[in-house]
Design a protein around this ligand. Structure first.
Ligand SMILES: [Mn+2]
Length: 375
């Protein structure tokens, strides 16, 4: 039996400076490797694989690097083999890449060969475990076609691979490693630890299992992470992957339809209900549908932002509801006249593109006349 803690895409050192998200959220996510080390020790892992994008950048800050070295040192002292594979964010290519600058001090195995090779062999309870990997290096790793030449699995023991790349994407334009799915399936390796794709995915090719554990701690609402570690247990007949919860900032995206809300108070209530299960999360509320009344996202934020760790409200409504526009059209004001005129034009319109243009004009006009900000 072999127990492997399979990590990938930790993206340590990531900071989102363009948002008003509190900095400590990102400092907190940087502690994930130390947690992973704890899990590896407590759960008796014999091997830790870090399959690319350990850092968010190839030149991370010194503090982040020193913390990583300290954590990996702990693994070494606990007698756990650790293999670090550079990714595409923390690419090995650059002369001042973190992995070149800290190579001499890196605990465990730091992969630096540009094409797949057996990088290390360890013995676990008398069984040999061979590890195949590479560090994608621009100009040296041949990516003119998806990678399909892999070293043959030796007859003694089992073979495991660790690749940071994309399966089955021969025309990928990003700087990353394309991997040939059929060729991987033919290797006969017992387990292929993958990284690069941030959501989990498992491939079963007969006796060979390949797996993306996903990003452990999220970077934001569009890249929320899985908030768990993947502990892989290999036995003679099976590959079992257990999810172990990770303490990490939680990102949550919530869609709220405004169409059915009677008024602003009802909308606040609806949002409050939705937030109840996410009090310790960073939440993004996306307002959708046709608004039956003017919505102030600022006011919503003020009303709700104490109910969760951080709140962002995005107005993605498509415009105002018919009822609301009818109400405005009845006003004896410039605004009422504007709405009447635009409604007439929209009603008479036969061209779809022209109609959308008028609808956009209606929204912009109403904004200018002071309705979108809230009454
Ligand atoms: Mn990544």
């Amino acid at each position: 039996m072999l127990r492997v803690l399979h990590l990938a895409d930790l993206h340590l050192g990531y900071r989102a400076n363009h948002r008003d998200i509190p900095q400590e959220v990102f400092e907190e996510r940087d502690e994930v490797l130390e947690q992973a080390v704890e899990v590896a020790i407590q759960r008796g892992a014999q091997l830790v694989l870090i399959v690319g994008d350990l850092f968010d950048d190839y030149r991370p800050g010194e503090t982040v690097v020193e913390d990583v070295l300290r954590s990996l040192k702990r693994l070494e002292q606990a007698g756990i083999c650790c293999v670090t594979v550079p990714g595409n964010h923390d690419e090995y290519t650059y002369y001042d890449s973190v992995y070149r600058r800290y190579h001499h001090r890196w605990p465990g195995i730091l992969v630096d060969n540009p094409m797949p090779e057996i990088v290390h062999t360890l013995s676990v309870g008398g069984t040999l475990v061979h590890i195949v990997s590479l560090a994608y290096t621009a100009g040296r790793t041949n990516v003119s076609q998806p990678l399909r030449d892999f070293p043959e699995a030796p007859n003694d023991g089992i073979t495991i691979a660790a690749f940071h790349g994309t399966i089955g994407n021969p025309f990928n334009s990003e700087r990353s490693l394309p991997l040939d799915e059929q060729a991987l399936a033919r290797t006969g390796y017992r387990y292929i630890a993958l990284g690069h794709i941030h959501s989990p995915k498992r491939y079963d090719w007969g006796h060979t299992v390949a797996y993306y554990p996903g990003m452990v701690v999220g970077k934001g609402f569009s890249d929320p992470g899985v908030s768990s570690f993947s502990l892989v247990t290999l036995t003679k007949g099976s590959v079992h992957i257990e999810q172990i919860p990770a303490r990490a900032p939680k990102w949550h995206h919530e869609v709220v339809s405004v169409s059915s809300c009677e008024g602003f108070e009802a909308l606040i209530n609806e949002c409050q209900n939705r937030l109840q299960a996410h009090t310790d999360s960073l939440v993004q509320i996306s307002l959708q549908g046709l608004a039956p009344f003017p919505i102030s996202t600022e006011r919503l934020k003020t009303e709700l932002n104490t109910l969760c760790r951080y709140l962002e409200v995005v107005d993605e409504t498509e415009g105002f509801s018919q009822e609301y526009l009818d109400k405005l059209a009845r006003e004896h004001t410039v605004r009422g006249m504007f709405v009447r005129k635009l409604k007439e034009r929209i009603g008479a319109c036969t061209d779809e593109q022209q109609r959308r243009l008028y609808q956009r004009a209606l929204l912009l006009g109403l904004e200018a006349l002071g309705v979108a900000g809230g009454e």
